[in-house]
Design a protein around this ligand. Structure first.
Ligand SMILES: C[S@@+](CC[C@H](N)C(=O)[O-])C[C@H]1O[C@@H](n2cnc3c(N)ncnc32)[C@H](O)[C@@H]1O
Length: 210
C-alpha cells in the first residue's frame, strides 16, 4: 500500500484508535519492563505508538511500504512517542537473531507473499523464551461479523462502503483458516500456537522455546 491508498487507510484506522489502545494495553500487561518489541507490518504505526506510551520499551516497526514508514514516523513524532519505524520485508528482517522479547503482527500476515519465511524470521529475531503474537482475519468471517466491525469504525458512508467491499471481496479471500495457520506454524521452529478466536479473526500466541 503506497501513496493515497496508505493515506486513506491511515485516516480510516485512526478512527479505531481505541481498539489499538486496548490491544496495546493487553500486550503491555504481559511485557517485562524495558522489553524490546518488534511490530512487523505496522502500517500507520498506531499499535506500536500506543504501546510506546505505556512503558519504557524499545519499539521497532518494520513495514514494506515507504509511505507507511513516513506516515508512522510522523504519527509517532506527533504523539511524542519514540518508535523506530523502518522499511523492509517481513521475510528478510534486518535484525540480529535473539534480539526481541516480543514480535507482534496485526492485520498483515495474510498479505505476506512469503508467510512461512516471515514466521521463520520472527522466530529467528526472538530471544529464547520470547513470544510472537499474530492477529488476523479468519477466512470464514461472516458478512455479519464484517458488517458489525465496520459499523463500529465510525466511517463516512463512502469509506464504510469501500471498507466492506475490501473486507468481503479481497481481505477475506486472502485470509487463512485455523487449519492452514496451524500447519504453517507447525512447519516452523515455533511449532504449535495457542489460538484465541473471535467471529472476525484469530489471535495466535507463539513461543520461541528456550
Ligand atoms: C492492512 S495493513 C495493517 C497495518 C497495521 N498492522 C494495522 O493493524 O493497522 C497491512 C500492512 O502490511 C504491510 N506489508 C504487506 N506485505 C509486507 C511484507 N512482505 N513485509 C512487511 N510489511 C508488509 C503493508 O505495507 C501494510 O502496512
Amino acid at each position: 500500500m503506497e501513496g493515497l491508498l496508505a493515506t486513506w487507510y491511515a485516516r480510516n484506522t485512526l478512527k479505531s484508535l481505541a481498539d489499538y489502545r486496548a490491544t496495546a494495553q493487553r500486550i503491555a500487561a504481559n511485557l517485562p519492563p524495558h522489553a524490546a518489541v518488534l511490530e512487523v507490518a505496522p502500517g500507520p504505526g498506531y499499535l506500536a505508538i500506543e504501546l510506546a506510551k505505556l512503558g519504557a520499551y524499545r519499539i521497532t516497526g518494520l513495514d514494506i511500504s515507504q509511505s507507511f514508514v513516513r506516515i508512522a514516523t510522523e504519527n509517532a513524532a506527533r504523539a511524542g512517542a519514540v518508535v523506530d519505524f523502518r522499511q523492509g520485508e517481513a521475510a528478510a528482517l534486518p535484525f540480529a537473531g535473539d534480539s526481541f522479547d516480543l514480535v507482534v503482527c496485526r492485520a498483515a500476515f495474510k498479505n505476506f507473499t512469503d508467510p512461512l519465511g516471515a514466521l521463520r524470521e520472527m522466530h529467528r529475531v526472538l530471544r529464547p523464551g520470547g513470544r510472537a503474537l499474530v492477529i488476523d482475519l479468519r477466512n470464514d468471517a461472516s458478512d455479519e461479523a464484517i458488517d458489525d466491525i465496520v459499523d463500529q469504525m465510525n466511517l463516512s458512508a463512502f469509506d464504510s462502503f469501500m471498507t466492506r467491499v475490501i473486507f468481503k471481496h479481497s481481505l477475506r479471500k486472502r485470509a487463512y483458516s485455523r487449519e492452514e495457520l496451524a500447519q504453517m506454524f507447525a512447519a516452523t521452529p515455533f511449532g504449535a500456537g495457542h489460538f484465541d478466536e473471535t467471529s472476525l479473526g484469530f489471535e495466535i500466541r507463539l513461543v520461541k522455546r528456550p
